[in-house]
Ligand binder design. Structure first.
Ligand code: SF4
Length: 168
């Protein structure tokens, strides 16, 4: 004999549950400034990586406006620019997106991070990273002989070993 057990969770219960999981003071906020990724890996989990759709400055301003005062403790909130490939927005646009955070960064309330495949890094990016004190995390999926095979790197690109700017 089989039986079915129904568990009812009301919307209000769900919201309460969610608030017990979410910290009121986030340590990290992850932002995706671009949908496009030039690497186009065969195993990519993102369906819209071929579409070029960048985050707007208005969106960043709304995000900054929505950061509540009690987010800011003695530790700065990490703003992590992630992807896709966050550098696909280009240096100038990326710098525009950083501006709404600048008063908070100057006050020591946020720090900037970027997580990148690094193939787009050049001297202009390095200059921007220095000026905004951006810590750079590099995603490396494997050695070149494994990540440039046709079955893995559909776009024919590999992760970052070839970036001269990265080495220097
Ligand atoms: S680098 Fe990441 S986001 Fe870009 S195509 Fe590869 S798996 Fe997708």
């Amino acid at each position: 004999m089989s039986s079915t057990r129904t568990v009812e969770v009301s919307v209000i219960d769900y919201q309460k549950l969610a608030w017990t999981w979410l910290t009121p003071s986030p340590n990290t906020m992850i932002l995706q400034p671009a949908t496009f990724c030039p690497m186009d890996c065969g195993y990519c989990y993102l369906p819209n990586r071929h579409r070029k759709q960048d985050m707007s400055v208005d969106t960043v301003e709304a995000i900054v406006h929505g950061m509540a005062d009690d987010w800011f403790t003695d530790k700065p909130v990490e703003i992590v620019w992630h992807g896709g490939e966050p550098l696909a927005v280009g240096v100038d646009k990326f710098e525009e997106l950083l501006q709404p955070f600048e008063p908070l960064r100057a006050a020591g309330k946020v720090v900037q991070r970027v997580q990148t495949g690094a193939i787009l890094i050049n001297d202009a990016w390095c200059d921007l990273f220095k000026r905004y004190e951006i810590d750079v995390g590099v995603s490396i999926d494997g050695p070149e002989h494994t990540n440039t095979t046709a079955s893995i790197a559909v776009g024919g690109r590999c992760s970052p070993g070839s970036s001269g700017a990265l080495r220097s």
